[in-house]
Design a binder for this molecule. Structure first.
Ligand SMILES: Cc1cc2nc3c(=O)[nH]c(=O)nc-3n(C[C@H](O)[C@H](O)[C@H](O)COP(=O)(O)OP(=O)(O)OC[C@H]3O[C@@H](n4cnc5c(N)ncnc54)[C@H](O)[C@@H]3O)c2cc1C
Length: 434
């Protein structure tokens, strides 16, 4: 009997009929065939860091922990093929011998390369696409038992579907990543007036390499982060280990966890605590290797909804969220996060065909998202928003098809590769149709 599986935020859980641990592409093919013979559906899981039920596997859950590491390297082109279950936190060690790094990263590195690319995981930077835009090829184990190579030479017409495929087209057994020479980042983090940041949003988002900010509701302050790319031989000025522990571990995780627990019990304390937090929060500058700057540890569990918007909509959306919270007198302990990304051509990418700004709302995992997320989602939708595939939302195939010009093309590929819906689950039935 298999055990209950839960995602990171503890919102979704399932007890799979069976768990398989394939250790090679052939074993993935065999696991799919065995599941089909039993009439079971199949779903690979990554790190379980999606907030939606996208990774729920009621039938055979494929745990890819034995499918990790470097498969091959094309040193001339800086391309590294990784086994699908490789966690992002292993990349610094795996890529170091080749002097390579990921071009951009999100907030954390817990995800697997296959899970992250499949849901459109992104970082920030108006000139940089999400992780899937860096994928130049994949090998997909399909429902009919083949291993399909999809890259610039083979089955190229499937590439823009397969590298951001929501796990709906088959099981990725490896992905090839276009890396860049390893680099450093100079990070400047400081509190600034929210109104000024919103008024200058276009310049702030597009000027520096990587700009983002957090806004704690009940305050008028944006905590800005501006990262500038530097060559690897630039001098380092890393955070001291004590400073990093105080800022990133104690303040952002341990103290914040206690504060969230207190805020849940006594919501009235949240506004003064948020105001205090923005005063105590980081005003710092440091330079380090890219991975140490892009990612941090997130130990306080939360629930998240994130929408991709036409970039110019971001200031109005933030102002509307501020009004929404004030009018309803809600007490919100978690910050709103704002980022940017370049347009791309991937069929289901949230940044498809437009300069993109991302706005994310969060709540402590022990608090119901409630009307905060419901009304925030209405604001996002009214401004042309597309929901992150791995974060909470209530959209369905009908509403989503209007947001994606290539939605029908994706469904056609799905019909071709998985006509019997071996890789479906309730979430995919909702967002793509049964
Ligand atoms: C604390 C936290 C911080 C986050 N920060 C960011 C961020 O900065 N930016 C951002 O965009 N997102 C962020 N996310 C969301 C996260 O990046 C995505 O949800 C991502 O998909 C999680 O990867 P995973 O390996 O956990 O995949 P899972 O959640 O386990 O799976 C996601 C999907 O990928 C599929 N999948 C997994 N492996 C395969 C495979 N081998 N073949 C085919 N399909 C596969 C699964 O079936 C499922 O459909 C964050 C989430 C958390 C909890």
């Amino acid at each position: 009997m298999s055990k209950v599986w839960q995602n990171w935020s503890r919102i979704e859980s399932v007890t799979p009929a069976r768990v398989a641990y394939p250790g090679s592409p052939d074993e993935v093919v065999q696991a799919i065939a065995a599941a089909r013979a039993e009439g079971l559906r199949v779903k690979p899981i990554g790190a379980g860091h999606s907030f939606t039920g996208i990774a729920i596997a009621p039938g055979v859950q494929l745990d890819l922990r034995n499918l990790q590491g470097v498969v091959r390297v094309d040193t001339d082109r800086g391309r590294v093929t990784l086994a699908a279950g490789t966690h992002l936190y292993r990349l610094p060690e795996l890529l170091a011998p080749y002097g390579l790094a990921l071009q951009n990263m999100g907030d954390i590195d817990a995800q697997t390369i296959a899970g992250a690319t499949s849901t459109g995981t992104h970082g920030t930077g108006a000139a940089f696409g999400g992780l899937a835009t860096q994928i130049t090829g994949v090998t997909l184990a399909t429902a009919d038992g083949s291993l399909l190579v999809i890259d610039e030479e083979n089955n190229t017409d499937l590439l823009d579907a397969a590298r951001l495929g929501l796990g709906a087209l088959g099981v990725l057994v490896d992905v090839t990543v276009q890396c860049v020479p390893a680099f450093k980042l100079n990070a400047v983090e400081k509190p600034e007036p929210l109104a000024a940041v919103l008024n200058a949003w276009e310049e702030r988002a597009t000027g520096p390499d990587h700009f983002e900010f957090y806004w704690f509701p009940h305050t008028a302050t944006a905590l800005t982060k501006t990262n500038t790319r530097l060559p690897m031989d630039a001098p380092s000025a890393p955070l001291g280990s004590f400073k990093r522990w105080v800022d990133d571990d104690f303040m952002s995780n341990k103290l914040f966890s206690a504060v969230c627990g207190l805020g849940r019990a006594v919501p009235a304390v949240i506004p003064p605590i948020n105001r205090l937090a923005q005063k105590l929060t980081n005003n710092r500058e440091f330079t380090d290797v890219s991975t140490s700057v892009f990612t941090t540890k997130r130990e306080v569990r939360f629930r998240e909804m994130e929408y991709a918007l036409p970039r110019e909509e971001v200031p109005d959306v933030l102002r509307a969220l501020d009004r929404l919270i004030n009018q309803n007198n809600w007490k919100i302990s978690f910050p709103v996060e704002v980022r940017a990304a370049a347009p791309d051509g991937l069929w289901l990418s949230t940044a498809h065909g437009r300069d993109t700004g991302y706005v994310a709302v969060h709540r402590y995992f022990k608090e119901e998202p409630g009307l905060y997320f419901t009304y925030a989602e209405q604001i996002f939708r009214a401004h042309g928003g597309r929901p992150h595939w791995g974060k909470m939302h209530t959209q369905n195939a009908e509403s989503l098809s209007a947001s994606y010009p290539r939605f029908g093309d994706f469904l056609a590929v799905r019909d071709k590769l998985d006509p019997q819906r071996v890789f479906a689950n309730d979430y995919l039935d909702r967002v793509l149709g049964a």
